[in-house]
Write a protein of this length. Structure first.
Lengths: 413, 307
């Protein structure tokens, strides 16, 4: 009898201990692991925005009764560090989810590691279709926010078609692409060449507007180049309606300045670098330059989530968001948080289903919802916006429902 | 330190013929190439000086240039100082920095093997680049000045005028270095150390001081490059790195210690590179041509040397 009592007491104690441990576990924060390049403005501001999102979530009681903790690792824009960061977050920090990041090159190196852990991943950046191919069709745990490169190209075609339809004086018939010699520029050139081939057959996003296409490469200042005069003289001779350059932020000012030097003044001057140099908007060369992006500060005039994000970000960090990776980073966390709330659990399958059905009104001005893209099941945003620098400010030109200004045309010095 | 007069005239004649051909084909290619080539020569001259006198290939050459850029950017940002005016304080700053780096690192390997020299200057280059990255981040920055993009038109031929400064500075630095080496006592001592350091020491020349002076002078000259180049370029932590390789290429093409040859080699490669850039769809070949010409010249010289 005594032995039975002892056994029962022991069992009760073990159960009590187990429950208390379990209860302790319930109090542990939900850990979100972020990988961003902190030395770059895109990564730094994206991380700042993620911290803002976590702060707001915790101020509102957290998720499922638990606080949220953001663990950030710097990728330094290096593939090997980006991949090691995923390992560290999974094994040392034991995070529940992965979020981040930027650069297709870094992401390509991270994908095998992400596949090893198969944790739910909400990835903000990386636009290359090669990254999509590397992820493959079976990764149901993977959610991608940034439009893929081919989706971006298609959205530019839709945008220019709409702009040309609305403004009779704007012609987008002759297109010239100046592209840097590396993978980024060459991919852009091949994408435009393919869109032009489709347009000649009456298909694709540029079918209604593109009549002719030419391109020339240049060596980016980022890779030791910086002399664009030969390429610009070729473009001047071609006399395009739409001039686009696909290079890096280091090319922006010297290239624009050299257009003046050679007297090249295309009616539409579009820059498509992944980022712009610091203080570019204040540079007199920026006026009337068109750019592609997911967000502009002026969006806060027409979109409530964008206004809220703008104010709170400045309040928390004492600086203005200057890159679309800031609202994208905020969206990254908020979308995951909304999915967790709707799932009511962290259980993987239930959460994947919830995220598939979650919509989120993002500060990028667009509602985020998942749909299949060419390969993966869960693609978020599918279009870029057409923006323009006007008097030191970025304005949204297209889509028209989010437009903050009319296009200033033609481009002139 | 110089080729024979006959050889020099032959090189000038061949270069002139090449430039006339390119000029007839496309005057813009000639002008752009002359300007770019002079810039390459201007950057390569100090590297060649260190290589010729100390026998050290400074792999941190480009990173010293980067530091010069950011120093001028800082002067412009904080005090509104024009980049061309900033050349003077930057020369002083880089001379001091060069002296310190020499004393702390290069001095230890001057008489050691080339591998030690390469490793230590490579280490310095990484440290300088990372320090710049930590302070200013990797985001590109610019100093915009309207005058740097001025152009002029003569008989329908339009060309940028600012980069003619590179030609002027390259010639001025070359002439200045030649005058220093031939006409001053310190210069003659430097020449002697470059020829035979042991012999120079025996006759009482302070070889250590000459090394320190030459290294500081070479880094200081990069202040001229940084000040004249900044209005035309964006800066970021790796901005100077590609110029180390190009400078070494020029030094190798010109031959060890041949400062005049650096200018000729720079212009030859600059015009060649520019000519390729002006051929539609072949712009990407310019680097291949640049290093292809270099290899041909080095092989040709080795055959001549063997004979």
């Amino acid at each position: 009898m005594k032995r039975n009592n002892l056994l029962i007491v022991s069992l009760v104690l073990i159960l009590a201990f187990t429950f208390s441990l379990s209860a302790l576990g319930q109090d542990d924060p939900i850990k979100i692991g972020a990988v961003n390049p902190l030395g770059d403005i895109t990564g730094r501001q994206s991380t700042n925005a993620m911290e803002l999102a976590v702060k707001e979530i915790n101020a509102n009681g957290g998720l499922l009764g638990r606080q949220v903790e953001l663990v950030v690792v710097d990728s330094e824009f290096k593939p090997e560090k980006g991949a090691a960061a995923i390992d560290k977050l999974a094994t040392v920090d034991e995070v529940d989810f992965f979020v981040g990041g930027m650069s297709s090159g870094v992401h390509m190196a991270q994908i095998p590691t992400l596949k090893k852990y198969k944790k739910i991943t909400i990835w903000a950046g990386a636009a290359s279709h090669q990254a999509e191919q590397a992820i493959g069709p079976d990764a149901d745990w993977y959610f991608h926010l940034h439009p893929w490169d081919y989706q971006q190209g298609a959205s530019y075609g839709r945008g220019w078609t709409a702009i040309a339809e609305r403004n009779e004086e704007i012609d987008v018939g002759k297109v010239f692409l100046a592209y840097e010699e590396g993978a980024f520029g060459t991919d852009s050139y091949n994408a435009y060449k393919s869109m032009f081939a489709s347009a000649q057959e009456g298909e694709g996003p540029f079918a209604e507007i593109m009549e002719d296409f030419a391109g020339a490469s240049f060596k980016s200042a980022a890779l030791g180049g910086g002399d664009y005069r030969a390429m610009l003289r070729q473009a001047k001779e071609y006399n395009p309606d739409l001039f686009i350059w696909a290079g890096y932020d280091a090319d922006a000012v010297p290239l624009l300045a050299q257009t003046r030097e050679v007297g090249f003044e295309p009616p539409l001057f579009v820059g498509a670098p992944p980022g712009w140099p610091q203080g570019f908007e204040a540079n007199p060369l920026s006026d009337k330059v068109i750019l592609y992006g997911m967000w502009a500060p002026a969006l806060r005039q027409v979109n409530e989530p964008a206004a809220h994000f703008w104010e709170e970000y400045i309040k928390m960090h004492g600086e203005r968001p200057a890159t679309y990776f800031a609202p994208l980073g905020y969206t990254n966390i908020m979308y995951l948080a909304k999915g967790i709330r709707e799932a009511g659990t962290l259980e993987k399958e239930a959460l994947i289903t919830a995220l598939e059905n979650t919509t989120y009104d993002s500060p990028l001005g667009t509602t985020l919802e998942m749909s299949p893209s060419n390969i993966i099941k869960h693609q978020g945003f599918t279009a870029q916006k057409i923006l323009q620098y006007q008097n030191g400010k970025q304005h949204v030109i297209w889509p028209f429902d989010l437009s903050t200004s009319e296009i200033e045309y033609p481009y002139s010095f | 330190m110089s080729l024979s007069l006959k050889k020099t005239y032959t090189i000038i004649l061949l270069l002139a013929i090449f430039m006339i051909i390119v000029g007839f084909w496309n005057p813009n290619a000639l002008m752009d190439g002359l300007q770019r080539g002079s810039l390459y020569a201007l950057i390569a001259l100090p590297l060649a000086l260190v290589l010729g006198i100390l026998g050290v290939l400074n792999l941190a050459h480009g990173e010293f240039l980067t530091v010069g850029f950011y120093f001028i950017y800082m002067l412009n940002n904080k005090f509104g100082m024009d980049p061309l005016v900033s050349i003077i304080p930057t020369i002083i700053f880089l001379a001091i920095l060069g002296g310190i780096i020499y004393y702390l690192t290069v001095k230890k390997v001057v008489n050691k093997g080339h591998l030690s020299q390469l490793l230590i200057t490579f280490g310095v280059s990484l440290i300088l680049m990372e320090v710049v990255n930590i302070i200013w981040t990797s985001q590109a920055r610019n100093v915009y000045t309207q005058y740097a993009y001025a152009s002029t038109e003569i008989g329908g031929f339009r060309f940028g005028t600012y980069e003619l400064l590179y030609v002027l500075f390259a010639v001025a630095v070359l002439v200045g270095l030649q005058l220093f080496l031939k006409k001053t006592r310190l210069g003659q001592a430097t020449f002697a150390v470059g020829q035979n350091p042991k012999g120079a020491k025996i006759v009482g020349i302070n070889v250590e001081y000459v090394y320190l002076f030459v290294f500081s002078l070479a880094i200081a000259i990069l202040g001229i490059v940084a000040g004249s180049m900044l209005p035309r370029t964006a800066i970021f932590p790796a901005v100077g790195s590609p110029f180390t390789l190009k400078s070494f290429a020029l030094a190798a093409m010109a031959g060890l210690g041949n400062l005049n040859g650096i200018l000729f080699a720079g212009i030859l490669l600059g015009v060649g590179e520019s000519a390729i850039n002006y051929i539609p769809n072949y712009g990407g070949w310019s680097d291949i041509v640049f290093f292809g010409v270099l290899i041909i010249v080095i092989i040709a010289r080795s055959y001549r040397g063997a004979k």
